[in-house]
Design a protein around this ligand. Structure first.
Ligand SMILES: C[S@@+](CC[C@H](N)C(=O)[O-])C[C@H]1O[C@@H](n2cnc3c(N)ncnc32)[C@H](O)[C@@H]1O
Length: 321
């Protein structure tokens, strides 16, 4: 395993077992690896951008002393019920794309570490009426933030054939994305597609290969679009370099190649701009980040056996210079 601690790290308590409620809502992946990667100083200010069941947050709190602070974001109100009774924690029920704005609101200018464990929680996936899982029949919703207006059904209803085609191709790597888009457009003109079963019935003739796998890819694409997951990730990354203290760490866990590529490239370059171009004064842009994990950290054998979700998890860590 990569040694991710820098010299300033002190000896750390081991992570206590998380309680059953936390584990039922969501089992945290790469937990020890994240804690190592964040290189937590006990009196620091940390941000968990994706609180969920609070597994990572509780582990961070265990490494903070009474002067430490943890600001946690989750755009899903359901996550609130997992908040521990701990004065050091502040809950921000918002999209992490507004990181800097809400830190400012809480009078926090700089932080010592930022964690994001992307995607949906097991809770969201297991709640039938959230519409994330092909295992159930429910309205095609897929909003992590229920205050948001657009659902998966709206996308299937309103996107053009080309938009649907590109979405399934880029976000789901669906092999017959074009045919799928064409079928949806044809079927929706005959009857509305509002539920998971209506969708499965409408497209069953064009399902390719293993239906489970096929629909998983299709649903991934819809979920990414509904929640603008890649847009939010990019906005988050751009703000990390504005709020991290020198020596502060950013640790991101991704679950598919599109996200991982975005994180990898941003950590390497420190920007999404074209860095080959000098600014108006002829200064070359210098990456404010130092990559800590040259290769992504993945789950070990034990975790892979215990938690299937860890199979696709990749952790990357960078440090503010
Ligand atoms: C994979 S789970 C995190 C699990 C958590 N680390 C734990 O140990 O329980 C992702 C969580 O982040 C939230 N989330 C995803 N994208 C978000 C975003 N852009 N802004 C705020 N919350 C987000 C989801 O609602 C979900 O609860």
């Amino acid at each position: 395993m990569v040694n991710m601690n820098s010299k300033r790290s002190e000896s750390k308590p081991t992570i206590k077992r998380l309680n059953n409620e936390t584990m039922q809502y969501h089992t945290p992946v790469l937990l020890n690896e994240c804690i190592d990667g964040l290189n937590i100083q006990p009196a620091g200010i940390f941000v968990d951008c994706t609180f969920g069941g609070g597994g990572h947050s509780i582990a961070i709190l265990q490494h903070l002393n009474e002067n430490g602070k943890l600001i946690v974001f989750d755009q899903d109100e359901d996550a609130r019920k997992n908040l521990p009774n701990d004065e050091r924690i502040i809950f921000v029920p918002q999209n992490f794309r507004h990181l800097q704005r809400f830190l400012r609101l809480h009078k926090v200018a700089k932080v010592d570490g930022i964690l994001a464990d992307l995607g949906v929680s097991s809770h969201q996936f297991d709640e039938a009426d959230r519409g994330f899982s092909i295992r159930f029949d429910a309205a095609l919703d897929m909003r992590m933030d229920q205050r948001q207006a657009i659902t998966a059904a709206d996308i299937l209803k309103n996107f053009s054939e080309l938009q649907l085609h590109k979405m399934f191709e880029q976000y789901g790597e669906v092999t017959n994305a074009k045919t799928l888009a064409k079928t949806i457009v044809a079927k929706r003109s005959l009857a509305p597609i509002r539920t998971i079963n209506e969708f499965k019935t409408a497209v069953h003739a064009v399902v390719k290969g293993n239906p489970q796998k096929y629909f998983a890819q299709v649903f991934q694409a819809l979920r990414i679009e509904v929640n603008d997951e890649l847009g939010a990730l990019k906005e988050l990354l751009e703000q990390t370099v504005k709020v991290l203290q020198p020596g502060g760490r950013v640790a991101i866990i991704t679950f598919h190649s599109l996200e991982d590529r975005i994180v990898k490239n941003f950590f390497r370059d420190g920007t999404f701009e074209n860095t080959a171009i000098d600014d108006v004064y002829g200064h070359r842009f210098e990456n404010p980040l130092r990559v800590i994990t040259k290769k992504p950290v993945t789950a070990g054998e034990k975790e892979l056996k215990e938690n299937t979700r860890s199979r696709s998890a990749k952790l990357r860590v960078a440090e503010m210079k």
